[in-house]
Design a protein around this ligand. Structure first.
Ligand code: NDP
Length: 331
């Protein structure tokens, strides 16, 4: 049956301006790092993307290497675009990245112009697109001159294959350095993608969060639920359908220590008092100060996406709740 998007899709979602750019991103974006590879179920993938879009999630985040196997998530997303969402291309913000291992030899990794240009061409082919909305350099390259990486991204925008440029995993100093180059070239650099959650506050301690929000750079935060730890997933053991069991490449059983479980339980009690799920509270907490553009969630089923966007109705955090959350997480 032909997919027709929900008429109400823009009624509840909040859209935040991405830095000082003209682009707005939904407060919640969907990432395709897990559950979109060759090991995933295609019908579930499609249902997740449609559920997301039906509820105002216009932004889908990919990378060349998302799988397994590398490239598979882009291929599956390309199939989804062809079957349904593609009819709404102008309502979608599609991003991809290059920076990690992609193909063999010296040109399939890091930050050279050779790699970045070829990788985007491959990504566009896999997704069946003429352009992506945001093209990211996935991680800083200590060997390639930063100017080469910046110029490659600038040239890609000028070629029409990407509308905006982003960086990922760049710390504050690296961000300042590349932003200066982009400014000189007039490149539409709008966003840094970094890890951030109640459990990982590096962007606060390295100063990036404060710097970016004060300097017109958007921030989108990945692993906002600490890959599922900041949810009710592991409160009563390790479910067979959880990430630890289905795809433990990055989240392993040894992450569930007694200490971590105690923190999750204590946070869950606060969430309950606030009348929300732990996932909702963890996401609302990221957006609490208004300096994060979008939380980039992952999901294994459509119901999780619906639970997560319930965060949009979260009550404001009291000073007492903020302090208690900090106290629990710092133990
Ligand atoms: P999350 O921290 O949001 O973890 C997602 C996982 O949490 C889901 O797969 C699911 O796990 C569980 N979950 C989600 N919602 C709920 C819920 N409501 N209740 C219970 N469990 C829930 O993010 P990810 O780690 O998936 O990362 C998100 C995105 O960030 C990626 O897809 C990617 O786009 C991006 N990213 C970018 C990186 C970079 O270097 N730039 C690095 C890593 C990620 P389960 O399978 O157990 O159901």
């Amino acid at each position: 049956m032909m997919y027709i998007a929900e008429k109400t899709r823009y009624e509840n979602m909040k859209y935040n301006r991405c830095g000082a750019s003209g682009l707005k991103l939904p407060a919640v974006s969907l990432g395709l790092w897990h559950n979109f590879g060759t090991n995933g179920n295609f019908d579930t993938m499609m249902a997740m993307c449609e559920t997301a879009f039906d509820n105002g999630i216009t932004h889908f985040d990919l990378a060349n290497n998302y799988g397994p196997v590398p490239g598979a998530a882009e291929e599956n997303f390309g199939r989804i675009l062809k079957k349904s969402l593609g009819a709404y291309r102008d309502e979608l913000v599609i991003s991809t990245k290059a920076g990690y291992d992609m193909w063999e030899g010296p040109y399939g990794n890091w930050g050279s112009k050779k790699y970045l240009v070829a990788s985007l061409d491959q990504s566009l082919k896999r997704m069946g697109l003429d352009y992506v909305d945001i093209y990211y350099h996935h991680r800083p390259d200590p060997e390639t001159p930063l100017e080469e990486t910046a110029r490659a991204l600038d040239g890609i925008v000028r070629s029409g294959k990407a509308l905006y440029v982003g960086i990922s995993n760049y710390n504050k100093e690296q961000t300042i350095e590349i932003a200066k180059l982009f400014k000189e070239m007039g490149t539409p650099f709008i966003i840094n993608q970094r890890k951030y959650s109640m459990f990982d506050r590096t962007i606060e301690t390295d100063g990036l969060k404060d710097y970016a929000s004060k300097n017109g750079i958007g921030i989108i935060t990945f692993c906002p639920l600490a890959q599922g730890l900041l949810t009710d997933r592991y409160l009563h053991g390790i479910p067979q359908d959880s990430r630890i069991r289905t795809d433990g490449r990055f989240l392993k059983e040894n992450a569930i220590t007694e200490e971590t479980l105690a923190k999750i339980n204590a946070l869950n009690e606060i969430a309950k008092k606030r009348g929300e799920s732990l996932a909702q509270m963890a996401l609302a907490w990221i957006l609490r100060d208004g300096d994060i553009t979008s939380v980039l969630i992952g999901a294994s089923k459509p119901a999780q996406i619906l639970d997560n966007i319930g965060m949009l109705n979260a009550p404001v955090f009291t000073e007492e709740e903020r302090a208690k959350i900090d106290e629990i997480c710092s133990k």
